[in-house]
Design a protein around this ligand. Structure first.
Ligand code: NDP
Length: 446
């Protein structure tokens, strides 16, 4: 008890003004308390004190020239959090809200998530406060080239393998890869989420969203239910959200909302494949706003400046960003009969929302378990790159399904073992932690 509080106090002092990092660390440390209490070995080895300190944090200047010939300066980051299980692995986020605290929280979560996948990957994360919105393709390319001109010396296929996250999709990965190849004079699997004809894996674009739905299916099985016919609210309209909606449709569920940072759309008739194709063209090709949906499809409406959590639903899939489900939103969801939340986004529910979901015993899949399909399939992309052999779609998808069901199973069983049946927050945190901690013990004081 005292030890956890002491470590949290150190984290608070050393990482002032980084509330997201503190939030992520607090949740994990509080749930792994019983493991620490049982193990003098872990306490003596100062595993917690080491876990909360990144192995390396790189911050760098990213100067680039915009289309008007003006010089712009952004800040780049890579946090190499923990390499006990393998090379650092985790996405890059380009968003104006990015600062060290966001990248550190994401890197910390990534350590346990990657451990849960069962694949040999350590945890890292990176990004920049660069905002790709409203930038031309040329500007995005120049930014990516400048970003990689520094990052390339810190990464490599056996050292650190970044991928995408918010604001970093296929276009950005292409520009980043091109610059890495040019600087390193090497065509290797240094990034995942690559294009299909140059080393990418089938199913990688779909993996985060598909995985979150597979995880939801596993949760529903414990109540002898399926996702078919369920009314589902989804937030976000990017990669995670699009493929969550696609998989929900394939499974016969009824997704009714999507959103972006300006507001949400609600379609009481349900988002169909045709409507989803329109969203994909708005977001991936024209890079427009979600409100265009409501202008195009009769029976739908757009609500500016709000999130979709007041809509009556059976299941909710937050797929946008951290802390997008407030305590108030959580109450609305539960009072409206929502009994499943599968987090495709990272840390989308504030701590009070998580507490409510756990207390009400709804089926709650925390991000580090429910959205692990993205990084798991990145791991599968790395395997294919090492073998120089692409796997067919069915093979990657069946491995993804298997990994999601295994993550569910170990999280569920671990929660039971520690006297918290059904609490997947505790189950996922402990199961992810134990493997990392054991590897750290084996590898000595490093
Ligand atoms: P995208 O950039 O493709 O899409 C992000 C979506 O979320 C957009 O619709 C965006 O709206 C919205 N959004 C972003 N920031 C905010 C904000 N502050 N408030 C409201 N809406 C916001 O990113 P992804 O879909 O890849 O990522 C979404 C979430 O999934 C993130 O939490 C990410 O960490 C997580 N995740 C992603 C993985 C992946 O493989 N891509 C893997 C695991 C987790 P707008 O366009 O207006 O900014």
């Amino acid at each position: 008890m005292a030890l956890i509080q002491d470590v949290l106090e150190i984290v608070r002092k050393r990482n002032r003004n980084e509330p997201e990092f503190l939030q992520a660390v607090t949740e994990v440390l509080e749930s792994i308390r019983p493991v620490i209490d049982r193990s003098k070995k872990l306490r003596d080895a100062r595993i917690l004190e080491r876990l909360v300190e990144p192995e390396r944090l790189i911050q760098f200047r990213v100067p680039w020239i915009d289309d008007k010939g003006q010089i712009q300066v952004n800040r780049g980051f890579r946090v190499q959090m923990n390499s006990a299980l393998g090379p650092y692995k985790g996405g890059l986020r380009f968003h104006p809200t990015v600062y060290a605290g966001i990248i550190k929280f994401l890197a910390f979560e990534q350590v346990f998530k990657n451990s849960l996948t069962g694949l040999p990957m350590g945890g890292g994360k990176g990004g920049s406060d660069f905002d790709p919105k409203g930038k031309s393709d040329r500007e995005v390319m120049r930014f990516c080239q400048s970003f990689m001109t520094e990052l390339f010396r810190h990464i490599g296929p056996n050292t650190d393998v970044p991928a995408g996250d918010i604001g970093v999709g296929g276009r950005e990965i292409g520009y980043l890869f091109g610059q890495y190849k040019r600087l390193a004079n090497e065509f290797t699997g240094v990034l995942t989420g690559k294009g299909l004809n140059w080393g990418g894996s089938l199913i990688r674009p779909e993996a985060t969203g598909y995985g979150a739905v597979y995880f939801a299916q596993e949760m529903l099985k414990t109540r002898d239910e399926t996702i078919e016919g369920k009314v589902c609210t989804v937030s976000g309209a990017g990669n995670a959200a699009q493929y969550t909606v696609e998989k929900l449709l394939q499974c016969g569920a009824k997704p009714v909302s999507m959103s972006d940072s300006s507001g949400y759309i609600y379609d009481k008739n349900g988002i169909t494949e045709e409507k989803l194709a329109f969203v994909m063209s708005i977001k991936n090709v024209r890079r427009g706003r979600i409100n265009e949906y409501a202008k195009k499809f009769r029976g739908s409406k757009y609500v500016a400046g709000q999130r979709p959590w007041g809509i009556k639903c059976d299941c909710a899939f937050p797929c946008a960003t951290e802390n997008e489900i407030t305590a108030e939103d959580a109450k609305k969801l539960v009072n409206n009969g929502c009994y499943l939340v599968s987090e495709a986004a990272n840390m989308p529910s504030v701590p009070a929302a998580v507490d409510l979901f756990v207390q009400k015993k709804i089926l709650f899949g925390p991000g580090k378990a429910a959205n692990a399909g993205g990084v798991a399939t990145s791991g599968l992309e790395m395997s294919q790159n090492s073998m120089r052999l692409p796997w067919p779609r069915e093979e990657v998808d069946s491995r993804l399904r298997h990994i999601m069901s295994t993550i569910f199973k170990i999280s569920w069983e671990t929660a039971e073992e520690y006297g918290e049946p059904g609490n997947l927050v505790v189950g996922a945190n402990i199961a992810g932690f134990v493997k990392v901690a054991d590897a750290m013990l084996d590898q000595g004081v490093v």
